[in-house]
Design a binder for this molecule. Sequence first.
Ligand code: NAI
Length: 246
Amino acid sequence: RRPAAAALLDLAGRTAIVTGGARGIGETSVRTLHDAGAHVVIADVLADEGRALAGALGERASWADLDVTDEAAWDRVVGETVAGRGAVDVLVNNAGIANAAPVEHFTLAKWEAVMRVNVTGTFLGCRAVVPPMKAAGRGSIVNVSSVEGLFGSPHLHGYTASKFAVRGLTKSLAVELGPSGIRVNSVHPGFIDTAMTARIDPGRLDIPLARPGVPDDLAGTVLYLASDASSYVTGTELVVDGGMTT
Ligand code: NAI
């Protein structure tokens, strides 16, 4: 039977973990999933901002101190979430960092830092939620890649490699976990005005919608992929870039 339109986006009774949830695109995702009725776990290294956001949202929001590169911390956060809520229905792997330099000055430290947060952090998150999602027979994992996971730009070697890796990890997991009822998709934002892009001038970008994106432009995308509105969507690449890659 066809579900009612509002029911497609209803997350009442569901639990979502959003990494990097304290600000930027992650904060928008937290607010939107919370609006849709989910209990949201705000997982970040920014304790002051994360606690303040959880406090402002009140009921159905909690703060978790999580460095996504820390394997033991993932076990703790997912364990506590399952103990308290019974399940993890949605994981948004949004935490990420960016760095840039001409390739001959791109240090090993830069390379390892961006790969560790963006790739290893996403892998650890996916791995940690699979057991409870398999037990429930359902789940949605949303991995935030970038248009840099679709093409390359100068100086962004590590970042671009990391976002291609997130896209590849997503495909592999979508195929492996589909039979368990777990959907895994990637989101590819273009230029979004956040702390990460504060030093980039969007004026030089060719954006058909003729404006830089804002975090709220990602709200519907994350909600769609997290919810039953996308019940038959897995392994897809959802590009949210104002037409930049067209
Ligand atoms: P942001 O810098 O405002 O937010 C990133 C969040 O991730 C922060 O709250 C930060 O504390 C958290 N974080 C960083 N390292 C962490 C770690 N090790 N453990 C836990 N949390 C950590 O940046 P923005 O723009 O909101 O980025 C969110 C995601 O969107 C990132 O994955 C980024 O690569 C991606 N993205 C952003 C675009 C943009 O134009 N702003 C474009 C395409 C992708």
